[in-house]
Write a protein that binds this ligand. Sequence first.
Ligand SMILES: [Zn+2]
Length: 201
Amino acid sequence: MGNIRDGSSRIGKPSRALGKHWKLSSERKEQLSLFMMGDKNPMFGKRTKGFTGHIHSKESREKISKSNTGKPCPERGRPRTTEQRLALKTLYKGMNNPNWRGGVSTLSASIRWLDEYRIWRWQIYKRDRYSCINCGYRSKGKQDIIADHIKPFSIILKENNIKTLEQATECSELWDLSNGRTLCKPCDKLLGWKYRKKKLS
Ligand SMILES: [Zn+2]
């Protein structure tokens, strides 16, 4: 059982010999095309239009419907229209979203949307002249640099026991400019908190 030689281990896997991997030499292709030309072709003289314009009877329509029930829609994977996307967005917002976790992430996420946070970030960028303090990379466009909290955001929140947005606004440690630094994206990966946290654990 499971022996490589009996082929059972290859069940469900694509065959190696056929399909995509099977290539014809150009010589052989030419040979084949000559061989299949004109009346030698099995499709020669046959109608290829098939069912075009044919109307299915009620019974056959029912049969088709039955056999297609439960199968994926052929339009699956087709990009959604703007209206469809908007409708889904409102439908699955907040509590209606299956990923809703009861508002746990809202505090630290909401702080990032505060004006204080925007101002803090802007002041850090300005002080560091929009350049990465580690490698000197100067920002060339949108979102290629980040303002990093040297002492992590989450720890400041925990230590100061911040539970609401008002408390966050009043916490001076959170908005201390000396705790901020500008990093480019690659340096953030090397020095940022996410990386340090991984290294610690
Ligand atoms: Zn950098």
